[in-house]
Structure formats: C-alpha cells, structure tokens
Design a protein around this ligand. Structure first.
Ligand SMILES: [Zn+2]
Length: 218
C-alpha cells in the first residue's frame, strides 16, 4: 500500500506540458486580456463605480491576469501527465491525500477550494505521484462544478492507467455558499467518484474510504 500526503508543491508553474495539443494551446495569449479588461470596466460602471478613479485604474488588467491564471487549465490537456507510466508488479492501493486545489464555480465565477484525495489500484502500470496532483491542478483551473471535476479526474486515471479501481474524493468550501446567497460559512461539499473494484466491491470501497478519512500520521 502506498499513501502519500501531498505537500502541494506548486504544480501550475512554467513547465511546458508536452504533447501536440497542449503545445499548440498552452500559450497564455490564448486568453484575450483586452476583452476581459473592457468587460471589467463595464461591470464597474454598471454597479455605479467610476472605473477611472485612481484605485480602480489597474483593476481591469489585474483581473484579466487573474482569470488567465485561474482558467489556464482550459488550454491544457491533463491527460499528458498520465502518459509516462512505469511497469510495476505492485498491485496494492496507491493513494495521494490532501491535494489542495482552488477552482472557480462556473455558476457564479466565485472560487471554491479544498482538498482532493486520489487513489487507484494499478493493473501493471503506475504513474509518478506528483502527476496525480498535476491532473487535479489542471482540471481545477477552468470554470467548474465540483461534481464534474470529481468525475473527470476519475475518468482520466481509469482511461490512461487502465487501473483496476479508481477512487476520487473531493471536499471543498464554495464561496458562492459562504459569502453570498445562503451564507453558510464552514459548510463543506463532499463528492466522490468510484470506478472499477471501488464501485463494484463493497469491501474494497470501504477500505479505500477508510484510508481517505483516516487521519494522517506523517
Ligand atoms: Zn456557485
């Protein structure tokens, strides 16, 4: 059994992802900054602000850079991180816990953030541990809903590694629930996606969930 707790070393750095599609679309210029800037000025005017007052002058450009960063995953294919696999006879659970992420709720364009726990049962193929964190990072960096994000991560691992089982659990706090609307700070949303034996076999599922909710002993 392998259980790693993520130290969340920055995974969104400048490393250029390989692969044709990613190479062609990873350019941050894919994001139209001037267009975002015009839109932000419009929003400021629409709420009754003066976009030309000193404190707001650079805000549109700042917001454009922020969106380019928050949505950088749109122009990358997370699949590329699962291409370099190692053939191993290891056939026990591999689990990375506490991969922090921050994504953007596509309904309100407000952030939701929390932790991802990603486990799989290899079928002859394992992947570098940090790659799983990279997958989470890139899937998070786009307009999202937590349910789809959870499914997407599980699907990628199942398809690319041919794992016998995949378990993905996400726990996150949604600022669209904590700072507006119903305003329930402290509420957590938990989602899970189980594939293969973790879906079909109750004791395998109970085992992986036990490992995920068990406290860390680093
Ligand atoms: Zn929302």
């Amino acid at each position: 059994m392998t259980i790693a707790s993520s130290d969340n070393t920055q995974t969104s750095g400048n490393s250029k992802p390989g692969g044709d599609k990613a190479e062609a679309t990873a350019d941050p210029l894919m994001v139209d900054h001037p267009r975002i800037e015009r839109a932000v000025r419009e929003i400021l005017a629409a709420v009754g602000e003066d976009p030309n007052r000193e404190g707001l002058l650079e805000t549109p450009a700042r917001v454009a850079r922020m969106y380019a960063e928050m949505f950088s995953g749109l122009h990358r294919d997370p699949r590329i991180h699962l291409q370099k696999v190692f053939t191993e006879k290891y056939d026990e659970v591999v689990l990375i816990k506490d991969i922090t992420f921050c994504s953007m709720c596509e309904h309100h364009l407000l952030p939701f953030s929390g932790r991802a726990h990603v486990g799989y049962l290899p079928e002859g193929k394992v992947v570098g541990l940090s790659k799983l964190a990279r997958v989470v990072e890139e899937v998070a960096r786009r307009p999202q809903v937590q349910e789809r994000m959870t499914e997407h991560i599980a699907e990628l691992i199942e398809q690319e590694l041919g794992a016998r089982g995949v378990a993905v659990v996400l726990e996150a706090s949604h600022s669209c629930m904590t700072i507006r609307g119903i305003r329930k700070p402290g509420s957590l949303c938990l989602t899970s996606a189980m594939r293969g034996v973790f879906r079909d076999n109750l004791s395998s599922r109970a085992e992986i969930l036990g490992l995920i909710v068990g406290r860390n002993t680093p």
